[in-house]
Ligand binder design. Structure first.
Ligand code: ADP
Ligand code: MG
Length: 701
């Protein structure tokens, strides 16, 4: 058995990371102290410090077998980018020396012209900048030292996902500190958001993967009839993890542990061949980097085991898709989780303030929450009775809902079983969290000491949703602080503030089943947006409210917002276009010949039987030939129709028009073609069908 952990886990954990332990050992004391300060308090790095750090980093990396370094960044493609440079520097004697300067560590100048910029950067200004983010540790991947960096254009426009994430964390830090000060917490120096991303994925046989061009080119199957067995037996969820998969998981965990990623939980998911991995949460910046690495290593390690890891949101129609749960909380450098309900009234008031701020933020900017999880793949999930709906709502559970009602009415509320809340102006509720209070259908659920944002697609970076969460919560905290800083009577002002906030935002709280049709109707009555598709969601991206929000907190300029809007629309249109073209190609070049050959075999049999003469029954062959020919006729018409509709796709005046067209015209034509093809699949003999079908793929590993 290859690569199974034989080493002591504690020994290998973080062995490929230039973490603070390594720094402390390898850096002079004052340099280490200066770097630590930079990391903890987000201060700029001094030049002489960078030089020494670079040297130590290279020495360490060389000992680990590294030959190259790269600035590792996260452009708008949603995946990571890297360009490797060797440490070598030629000497006069025709040899090389290994070198890595402070300048090379701190700044890079990659050509940015081929990354999406949404019209922000003219091609003649091809230069982009990458700059070291010392708050995320450098690490070694293969033979390359990877340095996490931000990425911007020559003139400073943001071209990546890390810069705005760091800025949003800073905005939240700023306003949360203002609030904590009002509660007398002057010892708190820094507030950070934390994230734990549960990652779902499919594992299939690599041989099967290679035979399906749709999986190779688009990440999902564009054809495939429902198999005789799906997920209805409910045996897979938390089921025994079979040997092959178990070996894969062990190997993956080992790789992640060496990278200092605390992969903690692994289990089988609902659909056959579907699994989940969850790491222990950490600060959002590092969690975002880690999630990118988790996705990358899931695929790499799969390759090694002759498997393929599918991260698409909906690789197979008719079985569950894959999502990603973004667990979100806020904590202080003194170790306090601000979403932990306290066990005395004063602590609870602070908790309730943060809770109400999040509720108000999500209610005010619910379109943005929806926008951040909108992509072509996730459109197959949201609202499809397997994932939360496209309507954003918040689950709080019985007790907290009662507590908020008590704040709103100023009266004790006796609603939750065995619970009397004493809620007056100065006597406040003692909250006991009920761990059983869990609602799996909610898109945004309070789960005891954090929120679980469940709308994310498996494939997407968690940066976007967290940029929004941090910014909107910072915004409301700032608003609260503005009011409270001026108050003469803090307690009274706080109650009044929360009362108003609860009253105006309780609409977004929903503790029922989000999968029902009644909720869709009820949400409409409450005036909550229901943005069903990506183009519909994106059409709200640059609303005045959103542009002003991000500008106010220096996260994005209006021009940067415009560019992101365009990038997301284009990404959507390109995705559907590639899917449609792949369908057409498979339909014409693989499925059509199969149907023709099989039909010929049926007709040959028919003719042969006929030639025998007599009273041989020909009805079976006749019926089959007839059905195949009718289906095939419809199939060819459907291909023609999809091609024709696709030609009209380039005519949109704006990127939004184009995306709308893909959504309302192209997708229905793709669906129509698929229905016919899937029907043909059930008629054509297995040996003629050109690629593996669902049951071959899903139940193989
Ligand atoms: P479940 O499937 O029941 O939701 P998991 O154990 O699979 O639970 O995942 C829970 C995730 O939430 C883990 O990644 C965990 O580290 C994370 N988490 C726990 N506490 C916090 C917190 N304070 N902030 C952010 N994430 C958290
Ligand atoms: Mg889980």
């Amino acid at each position: 058995m290859q690569n199974i952990v034989k080493e002591n886990v504690a020994d290998i954990f973080g062995s490929k990371v230039f973490n603070s332990g390594v720094m402390r050992k390898r850096l002079p004391k004052h340099i280490y102290a200066s770097l630590l300060k930079t990391m903890k308090e987000d201060l700029p790095l001094e030049e002489n410090v960078a030089e020494v750090v670079a040297n130590a980093m290279m020495d360490w990396a060389l000992e680990q077998g590294a030959t190259h370094f790269t600035h590792w960044f996260q452009p708008m493609t949603g995946i990571t980018a890297e360009k490797h440079d060797a440490f070598i520097n030629p000497t006069e004697e025709g040899k090389v020396m290994m070198e890595f300067s402070g300048k090379e560590l701190v700044k890079g100048e990659p050509d940015a012209s081929s990354f999406p910029s949404g019209g922000l950067r003219a091609t003649f200004e091809a230069r982009g900048y990458t700059a070291w983010d010392p708050t995320s540790y450098a690490f070694i991947k293969g033979t390359t030292l990877c340095i996490p960096t931000i990425f911007c254009s020559y003139s400073g426009e943001v071209l990546d996902k890390k810069t705005p994430l760091l800025r949003s964390m800073e905005a939240l830090n700023h306003h949360a500190l203002r609030v904590l000060k009002l509660f007398g917490k002057t010892d708190v120096k820094k507030v950070t958001t934390t994230a734990g991303a549960e990652q779902e994925y499919f594992l299939i046989e690599r041989e099967m993967f290679k035979k399906r061009k749709d999986l190779i080119l688009t990440g999902r199957t564009l054809f495939g009839a429902k198999p005789p067995k799906g997920q209805e037996m409910e045996t897979h969820y938390f089921g025994r993890i079979r040997g092959r998969v178990s070996n894969y998981m062990a190997d993956l965990d080992k790789e992640l542990w060496m990278l200092g990623i605390a992969s903690k939980t692994r289990h089988n998911e609902v659909a056959p061949a579907q699994h989940e991995l969850a790491p222990i949460f950490t600060n959002t910046n590092v969690a975002t980097d880690n999630n990118q690495l988790i996705m990358e290593f899931m695929q790499r390690v799969a390759y090694r085991h002759d498997l393929a890891c599918l991260l698409h949101e909906k690789p197979f129609a008719g079985v569950n898709g894959s999502g990603k749960h973004n667990n979100f909380s806020i904590s202080t450098n003194t170790g306090e989780n601000l979403l932990n309900p306290g066990d005395n009234p004063a602590e609870n008031m602070q908790f309730l303030l943060f809770l109400c701020a999040i509720i108000e933020a999500v209610n005010t900017y619910s379109e943005m929450i929806r926008i951040n999880v909108a992509n072509a793949g996730n459109d197959h999930r949201l609202g499809a009775n397997e994932a939360p709906p496209a309507i954003v709502s918040i689950f709080l559970g019985e007790q907290l809902t009662a507590a908020l009602k008590s704040i709103e009415t100023g009266k004790p509320v006796k609603e939750a079983k065995d619970l009397v809340l004493e809620m007056g102006v100065s006597t406040l509720p003692k909250l006991i969290m009920d761990a059983t209070d869990r609602n799996r259908t909610s898109p945004f659920a309070f789960t005891g000491n954090r929120f679980e944002h469940r709308m994310l697609g498996s494939n997407q970076s968690i940066a976007g949703p967290n940029i929004t969460l941090n910014t909107i919560v910072a915004d409301v905290l700032g608003k609260f602080a503005d009011v409270l800083e001026k108050a003469d009577d803090f307690d009274a002002a706080l109650i009044e503030l929360l009362r108003k906030s609860v009253k105006e935002n309780k609409n977004i709280v929903f503790n029922g089943d989000n999968y029902t049709e009644e909720w869709v109707v009820e949400a409409k009555r409450r005036g909550l947006p229901n943005l069903r598709t990506t183009p519909e969601a994106l059409s709200h991206f640059t609303s005045e409210k959103n542009v002003k929000l991000f500008e106010r907190h220096n996260i994005f300029t209006p021009a940067e917002m415009d560019s992101r809007y365009e990038i997301h629309l284009e990404e959507y249109s390109k995705t559907i276009n590639i899917e449609a073209l792949t369908m057409i190609s498979l339909a014409k070049r693989e499925i059509s010949p199969a149907v023709v050959t099989y039909t010929k075999e049926v007709c040959d049999t028919l003719l042969a039987k006929k030639a025998c003469g007599g009273s041989i029954d020909l009805s079976a062959e006749e019926t089959l030939a007839e059905r195949l020919s009718k289906g095939f006729g419809d199939f060819i018409k459907s291909i023609d129709s999809l091609e024709e509709i696709l030609e009209g796709a380039q005519n949109g005046e704006t990127p939004q028009d184009e995306a709308n067209y893909y959504c309302t015209e192209v997708i229905p034509a793709m669906t129509a073609l698929r229905v016919i093809a899937d029907d043909l699949e059930t008629m054509v003999a297995e040996k003629y069908w050109p690629f593996p079908v669902y049951e071959d793929i899903l139940f193989y590993v």
